[in-house]
Design a protein around this ligand. Structure first.
Ligand code: SF4
Length: 366
């Protein structure tokens, strides 16, 4: 499937298969706030009340929207839904994070991960069912592509986490689009979701607390730069040279490292902030000191922070985690070259929720 076909895939169907019929009623979370429906004759402030219930109060049950007139609640109940999911399963990890498995209204499934930290809880959300990018070290990539998620299906993950964790949705201050999927291949869906997260009437998030991760698609990175949103851009580079990159990331065939780095420069010229470089360390593949030196050289003048991610093994991947000594040596080499760098240990590993592990794994839910 080409980049254009994937980007054009409507929620509910993929470009290679007949569109799946949506039997469900329209989801209010899929609508821009200005289009939120009102029954005839209801004053405009009822729309604000409805928006407040849906987002700030993360309520999907119309019966609980007690300041709306019963007649309006009945009207909404008949014509709309406010929850994109028919089932939610929760997989807590020993480290306090929780993996969520959501069943969408067409029966497909996707995942999110809740990571509670004091004062800065984070939700990692998916932008797709599966992923077409097919990175060799990623369990999601091995699943293949299901479909793009809609605005409501992306924002709905955060709202569902808030409900289940019994926290106010607005207290979930950090969102990372790093779950299943390549967000820039679902450009419309991801951007619509981000605009809802930012809207003061909805979740009133700061763009600086929203991270969008990409495998490195230069034309779409440039398009995102044109949006003028002060998001955090995370680029999954994983290798400093095209040859190594092409072994582990199929999209690298069409997107050389030099063009990705140029797109990062463009991002910063257009006012974008420091770029996060995501680099999963794979033993014997991309973790040598000379590759660390190459990484520092190719990133050159771009303002970046490098996140080194120890590989989270999954059955059948064919890759192994770099040793701690190798990881430290790689990090030290980057330091020596003047790079800002840290090692990011993923959370939720025992619950199948760590970076690169999301693959709709079942098991004991709570
Ligand atoms: Fe897709 Fe990201 Fe996995 Fe690559 S690493 S296959 S872009 S989800």
């Amino acid at each position: 499937m080409t980049e254009e076909q994937i980007a054009a895939t409507p929620p509910g169907g993929d470009a290679a298969a007949p569109a799946v019929q949506h039997l469900a009623l329209p989801n209010l979370l899929d609508m821009p706030l200005a289009d939120m429906p009102l029954p005839p004759g209801e004053p405009a402030y009822r729309r604000d009340q409805l928006i407040d219930w849906l987002y700030a109060k993360s309520t999907s049950d119309f019966d609980r929207m007690t300041n709306l007139p019963p007649v309006m609640r009945g009207w909404l109940e008949e014509a709309y839904v406010a929850d994109p999911f028919t089932a939610t399963r929760r997989f807590p990890s020993r480290d306090g994070s929780v993996r969520y498995l959501f069943t969408l209204r067409d029966g497909k499934q996707t995942e999110a991960v809740y990571m509670p930290y004091a004062g800065r809880s984070t939700v990692c959300v998916s932008s797709m069912v599966g992923c077409p990018a097919g990175c060799a070290f990623c369990a999601t990539g091995a699943m293949g592509f299901g479909r793009n998620l809609s605005r409501g299906e992306i924002v709905g993950q955060l709202l569902a986490v808030a409900r289940h964790e019994k926290v106010a949705a607005r207290e979930l201050r950090n969102v990372v689009l790093m779950g299943m999927g390549e967000a820039l291949l679902n450009y419309e869906g991801a951007l619509a979701a981000i605009r809802t997260l930012l809207d003061p009437r909805a979740l009133d998030m700061s763009a600086r607390r929203i991270t969008l991760s990409t495998v490195g698609l230069p034309s779409r990175m440039r398009r995102l730069a044109e949006e003028g949103l002060p998001l955090v851009l995370a680029v999954s580079l994983h290798a400093p040279d095209d040859e190594t990159r092409r072994r582990i990331i199929p999209t690298a065939l069409a997107n050389p490292v030099a063009e990705i780095v140029d797109a990062m420069r463009y991002w910063q010229e257009r006012g974008g902030r420091r770029v996060s470089i995501e680099y999963t360390l794979l033993a014997g593949v991309n973790d040598s000191d000379s590759q660390a030196a190459d990484l520092a050289r190719v990133l050159g003048d771009v303002h970046v922070h490098v996140n080194l991610i120890p590989f989270n093994p999954w059955h059948g991947s064919g890759f192994a985690q770099s040793s701690r000594a190798r990881t430290e040596s790689f990090k030290a080499k980057l330091h020596e070259k003047g790079m800002s760098v840290s090692v990011r240990f993923s959370r939720g590993r025992d619950a199948g929720g760590a970076c690169g592990q999301l693959a709709l794994k079942r098991g004991a839910a709570a």
